[in-house]
Design a protein around this ligand. Structure first.
Ligand SMILES: [Zn+2]
Length: 273
């Protein structure tokens, strides 16, 4: 499993600040059941233990900023201890999965129905010669921003925060950019690439406001979890196909636990006067 993930999502393609690979456990132990999730949080550990999984593959790292102490009184220490006791390995693919040709950005582009999607900036090719790099941009059938928002909302997995729309909803859009997770840093890039609309997550007030004041593209801001989750079924299918070839009979389970920090959404209704 580790070598397969390294072949598809090489650690060398991750950002230098990132931490990707086998976080804990024995990478040489055979894997019969693997659980795929976005976040290595307590609820996902519970799910893996209940499932009798041998491995969890997550998108986000558990210990990105390092740790000097991992007592069980610490939430992360508790996850580490529980997984080790249950014999469950933990592996992650983060920015190396974001940029991959069958990665997070590509899965989001496919979900929206973008044709001819290419990275914002090519960062090389994979072993099949397909481009890798952050984000994806390409064409959709022309439609209003309002219709695109409805389409995206209908296809992203259900979660508490939903989808925010910024821009003139009547405007027709056909060149669409997407990036899973936090998208602030690519705002200038997608404008330079001529995007009519940009779908990502975690956009902050000032970058989004200043960007819209300057014109294009319109913004679709979903939840971080919802924009990255669509990669999991893609990875599940790849793993199942590869393992079927090896006749190893691995069971691949995609977690449906919503690991957003938020639990529900309220439209605010107070007065403005
Ligand atoms: Zn993320």
């Amino acid at each position: 499993m580790c070598s397969l993930m390294e072949r598809w999502y090489p650690a060398a393609t991750a950002e230098s600040w990132d931490r990707v690979g086998l976080i804990l456990g024995d990478g040489d132990r055979p894997v019969r059941t693997v659980l795929l999730a976005v976040d290595p949080v307590g609820a996902v550990a519970d799910e893996a233990i209940a499932l009798g999984a041998d491995m969890i593959i997550t998108h986000h790292p558990l210990l990105l900023r390092g740790a000097s102490f991992l007592p069980e009184s610490d939430p992360k220490g508790r996850i580490v201890a529980r997984l080790i006791r249950a014999g469950i390995a933990l592996l992650n693919a983060h920015t190396n999965a974001d940029c991959a040709s069958d990665g997070v950005a590509r899965a989001l582009a496919d979900l929206v129905g973008i044709r001819g999607a290419v990275p914002f900036e090519e960062a090389g090719t994979d072993d099949e010669g397909r481009p890798i790099g952050h984000g994806r941009i390409g064409q959709i059938d022309p439609m209003s921003l309002s219709d695109l928002a409805d389409l995206v909302a209908s296809r992203l997995p259900e979660g508490p925060t939903g989808l925010l729309v910024g821009g003139d909803e009547e405007r027709i859009v056909e060149r669409v950019a997407v990036s899973g997770g936090s998208g602030d840093s690519f705002l200038g890039r997608v404008r330079d690439l001529g995007a009519d609309a940009y779908l990502c997550a975690d956009l902050r007030h000032h970058p989004a406001s200043e960007h819209l004041e300057a014109g294009s593209p319109a913004l679709l801001c979903a939840s971080h979890w919802a924009t990255e989750w669509p990669w999991l079924p893609v990875l599940a299918e790849r793993l199942a196909r590869a393992e079927a070839r090896d006749d190893a009979g691995v069971e691949v389970v995609v977690s449906t636990i919503v690991t957003e920090p938020w639990t529900s959404h309220r439209p605010t209704q107070g007065g403005r006067a």
